[in-house]
Design a binder for this molecule. Sequence first.
Ligand SMILES: *[C@@H]1O[C@H](CO)[C@@H](O)[C@H](O)[C@H]1NC(C)=O
Length: 229
Amino acid sequence: MANSITLCLCFSSLAILATIQGIHAVDYTFTNTAANTPGGVRFTNEIGEQYSIQTLDAATNFIWKIFQQDTTPADRKNVQKVSLFIDDMDGVAYASNNEIHVSARYIQGYSGDVKTEITGVLYHEMTHIWQWNGNGQAPGGLIEGIADYVRLKAGYAPSHWVKPGEGDRWDQGYDVTARFLDYCDSLRSGFVAELNKKMRDGYNNTYFVDLLGKTVDQLWMDYKAKYNT
Ligand SMILES: *[C@@H]1O[C@H](CO)[C@@H](O)[C@H](O)[C@H]1NC(C)=O
């Protein structure tokens, strides 16, 4: 009798747990609209749907950690489904409307380990799905810099990126801004997470002062001086 009650309670807590996790689980879908093109075929042979979905899920969990949202779902963007497409198009990849589109032509033309390269691209694009953009007011270079910062921290920075200290402006974007944000995070661990949190409703360069006590221009000068570039 005692055992069956225990079993029953156990089942009901499992059901509650499953329901809670169900509310916060993210669904992933995959479509290769370029399956008959050379790049679409290379995708199938060297990367594949299963690996891509696994990578989307790993990237989501990694990004929640970087943004310090892994235990606070209320701080995350409300996204239930992310759809990945391999398309016959120019460029590399983009994210919009909770969709990630990757270029089959880029996959075809890439010389080297295309699986690692596309993994890095997926971390970058998945960051765009989850990051706050200051209600549209944040500089584009900062948005791209945060996406490449996540790619850097995940260990997928390509060898052709600028080195620390290189670049002309803090908001130049991509690798330049990613390296600068990495410097800022070295001054205050969790800086990028806190900056992203502040970007939920708006944007102001004074966020750098709030978090680090210096203007972003002063921080950029300090950064350049540190690396003597
Ligand atoms: C940014 O914050 C400063 C200081 O609070 C304020 O003077 C300025 O108007 C703000 N800029 C924008 C674009 O909101």
